[in-house]
Design a binder for this molecule. Structure first.
Ligand SMILES: NC(=O)C1=CN([C@@H]2O[C@H](COP(=O)(O)OP(=O)(O)OC[C@H]3O[C@@H](n4cnc5c(N)ncnc54)[C@H](OP(=O)(O)O)[C@@H]3O)[C@@H](O)[C@H]2O)C=CC1
Ligand SMILES: CC(=O)[C@@H](O)[C@H](O)COP(=O)(O)O
Ligand SMILES: [Mn+2]
Length: 388
């Protein structure tokens, strides 16, 4: 097997560390670039273990500190910082694949630049497609670059679609765990704590996506992500709550057959699938399903009235243009405000709704317009937080 060289954006996070775990089990994957926001202690360990050529630390002061540490230990690695540094890692000449595992729309520019350099994109950073899905997919098409999904549902759909023609697809069915508040009433949702919201029933993930899972915004973002990745109409994407997270998603075909992808809830499965695509490789270190110990797989409709974020995402997608970027920016600000205990859980969808209502949508926006609107939505959202 030949060696694949990867650049990994967001190496210190949940997807980042799990990607490195996959890499550590295989001598055929080489890491040439890494990035973090502020966690230079972990990044330093990763540099010593994986020997990248270039790293980026978003925070300039932290980057300077890491540079000093590298010099004092005679470690030959180039330390960059800020967006320029992130783009430098994403466009490293040696990198064949760029794994986008940063959180938030900060991933958009490096992903676009990586595509323009012909890199294969292993995409975990769903906010990139939510914010600028048309632009990203058009650019990928123009540069003939594959976008390989890492998000578990999209990896599942990608696998279920293999070998079947696009015209024979009837529906994509995204499964949702329902999050920690799946069985809560409206009353119970009034006073949920940050700690309770951060306890995902099945997955261990970064804090932003964990809150998104609790509000069902994660599923909303995933509906938008699926629309762009698989080029289907909005009416062809359904969501079903499947609390066990064993079926990662399904594709229903016009003849009534449904193909599902199953596996343990372990992100190393979809990460490895993207890293080795179009091949599969032995991953004996990842736990496998034992069907004899599986008593029940359950399904129910999502409670859109209790979790309005899902409908807000469908609305944003239907309106199109800059509205999904506004949905995403308002959500990023609202989730941060909830984590900082500035707003309550139920104020998350209220705030997003308010910001979306205020936005006059631009259809077919340019990248500059998207970036401008993203800025506006963040400023307006922060003003809303201040009012609450
Ligand atoms: N975790 C999961 O299982 C899944 C995640 N995803 C998606 O993958 C992406 C990453 O999620 P996850 O790994 O959970 O997130 P984490 O919060 O665990 O990690 C985020 C990573 O991005 C870095 N980072 C954070 N903010 C910035 C910034 N402003 N600029 C540059 N880098 C930054 C962090 O650095 P530092 O550590 O220094 O803060 C860290 O390396 C998200 O888009 C998420 O929706 C999709 C499916 C599953
Ligand atoms: C692991 C993964 O892909 C997450 O996006 C997961 O889907 C979150 O679980 P929810 O189904 O609760 O949103
Ligand atoms: Mn997912």
């Amino acid at each position: 097997m030949r060696t694949r060289k990867i650049a990994l954006l967001g190496s210190t996070g949940s997807i980042g560390t799990q990607t490195l775990d996959v890499v550590s089990h295989d001598e055929h994957i080489e890491v040439v670039g890494l990035s973090a926001h502020r966690n230079i202690d972990l990044l330093e360990e990763q540099i010593k273990k994986y020997h990248p050529k270039v790293v980026c630390v978003m925070d300039e002061t932290k980057a300077q500190e890491l540079s000093r540490r590298m010099a004092s230990q005679n470690l030959a690695v180039e330390v960059t910082c800020g967006m320029e540094g992130l783009i430098a890692v994403a466009t490293l000449e040696e990198a064949e694949v760029v794994v986008t595992a940063v959180v938030g729309m900060i991933g958009l520019l490096p992903t676009l630049e990586a595509i323009k350099k012909g890199k294969i994109i292993a995409l975990a950073n769903k906010e990139t497609l939510v914010t600028a899905g048309d632009l990203v997919m058009e650019t990928a098409k123009a540069y003939n670059v594959p976008i390989l999904p890492v998000d578990s549902e999209h990896s599942a759909i990608f696998q279920c679609l293999r070998g079947n023609s696009h015209q024979t697809v009837s529906r994509l069915i995204l499964t949702a765990s329902g999050g920690p508040f799946r069985d809560y009433t409206k009353d119970m949702l009034q006073n949920v704590t940050v700690e309770a919201a951060l306890k995902h029933p099945n997955w261990s993930m970064g804090s932003k996506i964990t809150i998104d899972s609790a509000s069902l915004m994660n599923k909303g973002l995933e509906v938008i992500e699926a629309k762009h990745l698989f080029d289907v109409s909005l009416s062809q994407i359904d969501v079903v709550v499947h609390k066990e997270s064993i079926i990662h998603s399904m594709v229903e075909y016009i003849d009534g057959s449904t193909i599902a992808q199953l596996g343990m809830p372990d992100m190393r499965h979809p990460i490895a699938y993207a890293l080795y695509y179009p091949e599969r490789t032995m991953t004996s270190y990842i736990p496998k399903l034992d069907f004899t110990k599986m008593s029940n797989l359950s399904f129910e409709a999502p409670k859109k009235d209790l979790f309005p974020c899902l409908q807000l995402a469908y609305d944003a997608l239907e309106i199109g243009g800059t509205m999904p970027a506004v949905l995403n920016a308002a959500n990023e600000v609202a989730v941060e405000a909830f984590l900082q205990r500035e707003i309550s859980f139920l104020q998350i969808p209220e705030m997003i709704h308010e910001v979306m209502n205020r936005h006059i949508c631009i259809s077919k926006p340019s990248l500059e317009e998207i970036l401008e609107i993203d800025k506006w939505a963040r400023v307006y959202s922060r003003q809303e937080v201040a009012k609450l």
